[in-house]
Design a protein around this ligand. Structure first.
Ligand code: ZN
Ligand code: ZN
Length: 231
């Protein structure tokens, strides 16, 4: 006989998503073992070598400063964070979105210097149709509640780009994504862009460029996890 209770627990998120002990969040033991992104570029949150002085900038930010002001990315996009993100994105385990927002909220919900609005990185209409939801909007929705901030889910519109960003390097990604976002209203001055993962930063950079042109004066980027540089 099949016992359905674990499935129901799973659906409602009544257990740690990593080890399944009862509870509504990542349990303390699993939380302590998460791959935190402790030593990172102060602008783009790229993980830096241990020997880099604290609050350093990475080579890319020194050479070519990005369009956003600062990135908060508490976790590294490695095991088990990659699994959690995949469960949200591809298996539609929506409670994982709330759990990831909880982790991020612990780092951004400081009460000081908070943005006027949260703007999830938009998904294209085709992507929304095929996936059924936008994981960035899902994370932003929970973060908005936790931080008591408004969420402007419709501020950015994203056209379908001809090619996926997957497998492209930093420069190719920047070219590929140019012009895909449109800002539909004037944003308030201080915006936090929200997404699940930052890979090269090309998407956040392009969205920031569009928001700034539309009137935003400060753009923070809040993502759950940052991909370490390949190699
Ligand atoms: Zn656990
Ligand atoms: Zn950087």
């Amino acid at each position: 006989m099949v016992n359905n209770w674990p499935i129901i627990d799973h659906l409602f998120g009544a257990s740690c998503p990593l080890c399944a002990v009862p509870g509504a969040a990542i349990c303390p033991a699993c939380h302590a073992n998460l791959p935190f992104n402790r030593h990172a570029c102060r602008r783009c949150a790229l993980p830096l070598p241990r020997e880099a002085p604290p609050a350093s900038l990475c080579a890319a930010c020194l050479r070519d400063p990005p369009g956003f002001d600062a990135v908060t990315a508490p976790l590294l996009y490695t095991h088990p964070v990659d699994d959690l993100v995949a469960r949200l994105k591809y298996r539609h385990e929506l409670f994982v979105g709330r759990i990831l927002a909880d982790v991020l909220s612990g780092f951004v919900n400081t009460g000081r210097d908070m943005p006027d609005v949260l703007v999830p990185v938009a998904a294209s209409a085709n992507r929304l149709r095929s996936r059924g939801f936008n994981q960035a909007a899902e994370i932003a929705r929970h973060l908005g509640k936790q931080c008591r901030l408004p969420v402007a889910s419709d501020l950015l519109r994203r056209r379908d780009s001809a090619h996926t960003q997957r497998g492209l390097g930093r420069r190719a990604r920047r070219g590929n994504i140019r012009g895909v976002f449109e800002c539909r209203q004037q944003p308030p001055g201080h915006v936090a862009l929200v997404d699940d993962v930052m890979t090269t930063g090309a998407t956040a950079n392009e969205a920031s460029r569009v928001l700034r042109r539309a009137g935003a004066t400060r753009i923070d980027v809040w993502v759950v996890a940052r991909t370490p540089e390949p190699g």
